[in-house]
Design a protein. Structure first.
Length: 151
């Protein structure tokens, strides 16, 4: 499950973007990763999220969630930004932002992220942005604090 915010309310979502619960308090669902979605038109418990662009192709959202879960990496994810189809990213463990770009070649991208982190990061409190949107030129950039992972 994930949680999203819309119009000051918070909603838990299934991996198929079915709205499960609603709350006025963000803390109610703080155990779940936050997901930033494309522009939302309507949310209601028991219904699938409706997007402003009714023709939004949800395939990339489903593929992203499935890939993260199947790879065993979803448990470390604290937030996912999938508002733009070709600008998808996620934050892992409050230490690493992973920029995927498009949700293609996910298995390769996720393996590359693990390889880069294993080589570049020790046990210290390093925060970093790992960009694997271009598989031929992946990048690693250390950042000073977790707050810098948001931008």
């Amino acid at each position: 499950m994930t949680v999203t915010e819309h119009n000051g309310k918070f909603y838990t979502l299934s991996d198929r973007f079915l709205v499960l619960e609603e709350s006025d308090n963000a803390e109610t669902f703080s155990a779940f990763p936050k997901v930033i979605l494309p522009e939302i038109a309507h949310l209601a418990v028991g219904e699938t999220v409706e997007f402003e662009n009714g023709e939004t192709d949800l395939t990339y959202l489903f593929d992203l969630m499935q890939s993260l879960k199947q790879s065993g990496r979803f448990d470390d994810v604290v937030s996912i930004d999938c508002a733009r189809k070709f600008g998808v990213s996620y934050v892992r463990g409050d230490r690493f932002r992973v920029e995927l770009g498009a949700v293609s070649d996910m298995e390769t991208k996720l393996e590359l992220v693990d390889l880069i982190l294993a080589r570049k990061v020790g046990d210290d409190a390093t925060c970093a942005v790992v960009n694997v949107s271009n598989l031929k030129k992946p990048t690693f950039r250390a950042v000073g604090t977790p707050e810098l992972l948001l931008g």
